[in-house]
Ligand binder design. Sequence first.
Ligand code: HEC
Ligand code: HEC
Ligand code: HEC
Ligand code: HEC
Length: 213
Amino acid sequence: MKLKKLVMLSSILLGLTPLCLGQNIKGSPHDFTRNTASNSSGELCIVCHAPHGTDATAVPLWNHGTTTQIFSTYIGYKFDALPSITAPDGASKLCLSCHDGVSAMNQFGGHANGTSAPGPTYLGVHASNLGIDLTNDHPVSFVYNTALATLDGALKDPSTATTSLGGTIATDMLDINSKVQCPSCHEVHDQTIYRFGKISNAGSALCLTCHNK
Ligand code: HEC
Ligand code: HEC
Ligand code: HEC
Ligand code: HEC
């Protein structure tokens, strides 16, 4: 009994430790201090955030150029949220300001605009480039609420269903406007879980957090 408890406790601790340590951006693909040609400041956050003088139209304290591309959004064939999906907004727009394959990585500071000529540091034709055609990517920038869950029939109710992070889908994974965005599945600052995962997708646990399949 005692041993069982100990094993349980240590696996809980092991599971939680990376989350408690939180910030794990150093040495990750999002650590731009290694790219001294475009970031000679030696600072980790500056490529994306600054304490002052940031782009007032992009939160939080966004210091990178934002994409001005026109994206094709997800259509599907029985996608119930279709009427509410919009062009990428919120945090998804921030991610796509590098991951659209057009915007330059090194456009930051001074309200730089991401559309200027892609430098050597842009993603180009790379797996990390989602491109501007998002019809083949999991939908983002649409409202996921109780009404959608009821309509769909195979989605959990975001206001009551819990996640392995301790809260509900709404509090842990949706943005302030109840929208699914890239950070619903990714934690941009932490590479502990494969591909900046927010929740491990082992056994499709990430997918099953929201989908009742
Ligand atoms: C590659 C770009 C990038 C880098 C580098 C980055 N961030 Fe972020 N950060 C984001 C994005 C995108 C969001 C909004 C999405 C979200 O909340 O996950 C965000 C959100 C935040 C937030 C608000 C939400 C939260 O998690 O509390 C804080 C605070 C923050 N970042 C701090 C930092 C600090 C401090 C650093 C440097 C150690 C840093 N960030 C480095 C992209 C970045
Ligand atoms: C400042 C530019 C920038 C921003 C903003 C940014 N990324 Fe990235 N991201 C990159 C680069 C560069 C790479 C590395 C690509 C490579 O290795 O070729 C990367 C890699 C990744 C990877 C792959 C990680 C791996 O293990 O290979 C994921 C997933 C990712 N980003 C998700 C996001 C998400 C989600 C956001 C927004 C919340 C975001 N990124 C914001 C530049 C950015
Ligand atoms: C529904 C969950 C979900 C959403 C939403 C999501 N991703 Fe991902 N993403 C994943 C998972 C899971 C992987 C890992 C796939 C693998 O490698 O097996 C991944 C992988 C990636 C990669 C690594 C390259 C690749 O193709 O494997 C990048 C870059 C990325 N995502 C960026 C984004 C961006 C930018 C957004 C928002 C426009 C986004 N993701 C939205 C779940 C999601
Ligand atoms: C944060 C919650 C969330 C997570 C995590 C998530 N999804 Fe979704 N997903 C949704 C919502 C909400 C919809 C919209 C369903 C609709 O309106 O028909 C959706 C749509 C989809 C669709 C399109 C359905 C259609 O009718 O076209 C597929 C396929 C899908 N998700 C698969 C996945 C997979 C695979 C994963 C794991 C990698 C995943 N989802 C993770 C919330 C999530």
